[in-house]
Design a protein around this ligand. Structure first.
Ligand SMILES: Nc1nc2c(ncn2[C@@H]2O[C@H](COP(=O)(O)OP(=O)(O)OP(=O)(O)O)[C@@H](O)[C@H]2O)c(=O)[nH]1
Ligand SMILES: [Mg+2]
Length: 194
């Protein structure tokens, strides 16, 4: 994918703040600090389009980005960040769920998992819920550079069993080595025009 332009549109909390529906949209979801914002920056070949941080909970709003004036990426706040109080967590959950269930231009969700971690109930719930809503999901195992190729394979099998998906549905990715970058783009394009 040749990126001619990648620009921040706006941040939003509720539907009245979302930009008008128009271009096809792809949302990026995952546990806090998993590497959602970094994945977006890598996809569009910009180091600082989206703010990233080693501190979990960096992204707290829905952030909309225009890509090539052809599609929109939405960086969602991470879930499961332990240090956030229960009330705030609930609001985050509601914010993400409202977006995912009401946005008619949403074409797919990229769900990002850390290749080193076993998925938990949250990930399984997310996947089941996407299915139910008819939202295509792309599953990414990120930070692949942290594991050897052999260990990557082992983790793919473990995660695949845990999530009850085919191994072809899991894309190994690394922002550091750019492993899997083309596969991620291919999957995103397929969501937009299957
Ligand atoms: N080694 C390695 N580090 C990564 C990779 N992707 C992200 N990181 C690091 O992981 C940390 C979190 O990255 P972010 O992109 O800010 O994560 P996020 O999911 O957007 O986090 P929140 O917005 O807080 O939910 C940063 O220190 C990144 O440099 C990767 O592929 N490999
Ligand atoms: Mg982020």
């Amino acid at each position: 994918m040749i990126i001619k332009s990648a620009t921040f549109i706006k941040s939003a909390v509720k539907p009245s703040h979302y930009p008008p529906e128009g271009l096809p949209e792809i949302a990026f979801a995952g546990r806090s600090n998993v590497g959602k914002s970094t994945l977006i920056n890598t996809l569009v070949n910009r180091k600082h389009l989206v703010k990233t941080s080693s501190t979990p909970g960096r992204t707290q709003l829905l952030n909309f980005f225009d890509i090539n004036e052809r599609l929109v990426f939405v960086d969602l706040p991470g879930y499961g960040y332990a240090k956030v109080p229960g009330r705030v967590k609930k609001e985050w959950g509601r914010m993400i769920e409202t977006y995912l269930s009401t946005r008619s231009t949403l074409k797919g969700v990229v769900l990002i998992l850390d290749i080193r971690r076993k998925p938990r109930e949250e990930e399984n719930n997310f996947i089941a819920w996407f299915h139910q809503q008819g939202i295509p999901a792309v599953l990414i195992l990120t930070k692949a550079d942290k594991l050897s190729k052999t260990k990557q394979k082992k983790q793919i099998t473990a995660i695949q069993n845990e999530l009850s998906v085919d191994s072809e549905e899991l894309i190994c990715f690394s922002a550091k080595t750019r492993q899997g970058l083309n596969d991620v783009w291919r999957a995103i394009k397929y969501c937009i025009s299957p």
